[in-house]
Design a protein around this ligand. Structure first.
Ligand SMILES: Nc1ncnc2c1ncn2[C@@H]1O[C@H](COP(=O)(O)OP(=O)(O)OP(=O)(O)O)[C@@H](O)[C@H]1O
Length: 249
């Protein structure tokens, strides 16, 4: 078996104290293999965002560990976690988070330039990834000149261009219509299958989750079920919906 890119060990997050304490995550053990595309689903408030934030080093657990590429993030100071986040993780958000005054190429190149990569090389890598995600014809467009689906493609190129070990996607289709959502899910599938990148995605949408290799179901902060998908092209949406009903939405 491969060495996992991500592994959590009894990951627990408690918000607040005493009688108002909320156990948002409760002893989560999850391993994600290189090149795997994993979706996390579960009812509202079950801890999906908390899990993504802890793995992404955006917040710290109450107890338990997060290993990224074998390194325990929970033992590092904030500066070291920030450096790992910048070099080893790519984030994709629901609202794209592109910089309005920069064009697609500049948005994609900026994180690399901030990380010390020469601007010419950063722009070249940015252009290559924009072409791969189907945005080669929109390099000089600004976010306001792009559709939601196109903006998300730019955000995905930006996340990939720095060659991260892990892509974390938080409701990447949450702000898109159903056609654009399926196109973005198809692109994420391709990023995993063709370019062998590792993806952890949180989603409410069973149709989108059905493009992953594996779906992990969370409830009340615990992993309660897991489904390995055979088709990975959205065809098994009904089976995912059945599982969600079984778990209780
Ligand atoms: N900063 C915080 N302070 C206190 N409680 C919090 C905080 N963040 C999250 N929670 C609580 O922790 C639990 C898990 O929240 P989380 O946002 O991880 O759930 P989720 O599954 O992502 O929900 P949704 O699907 O609605 O986005 C919820 O009960 C939430 O109210």
């Amino acid at each position: 078996m491969n060495h996992p890119i991500v592994r959590t060990e009894d990951l627990t997050k408690i918000y607040g104290q005493g009688s108002t304490a909320i156990r948002a995550l409760d002893g989560v053990n999850l391993a994600i293999q290189p090149g795997e595309f994993v979706a996390v689903m579960g009812p509202s408030g079950c801890g999906k965002s908390t899990l993504l934030h802890l793995i992404g080093g955006l917040d710290r657990p109450t107890s338990g560990k997060v290993f990224l590429d074998g390194q325990d993030l929970t033992t590092l100071n904030d500066d070291a976690v920030t450096a790992i986040r910048r070099r080893k993780m790519g984030f994709v958000f629901q609202f794209f988070n592109l910089i309005p005054v920069l064009n697609a190429l500049e948005n994609t190149a900026l994180p690399m330039i901030l990380d010390g990569i020469r601007p010419a090389e950063a722009r070249q890598r940015a252009q290559e990834w924009l072409e791969r995600v189907g945005m080669g014809h929109r390099l000089t467009h600004h976010p306001s000149q792009l559709s939601g689906g196109e903006q998300q493609r730019v955000a995905i190129a930006r996340a990939l261009a720095a060659d991260p070990a892990l892509i974390l996607a938080d409701e990447p289709t949450g702000n898109l219509d159903s056609r654009s959502s399926e196109e973005i899910a198809t692109l994420l599938r391709q990023i995993s299958s063709t370019w062998e990148r590792t993806i952890l995605m949180v989603t409410h949408d069973a149709r989108i989750a059905a493009y992953a290799d594996r779906i992990v179901f969370l409830k009340d902060g615990k992993i309660v079920d897991e489904t390995i998908l055979e088709h990975r092209n959205g065809e098994q949406t009904e089976a995912v919906l059945d599982k969600m009903r079984e778990i209780g939405d």
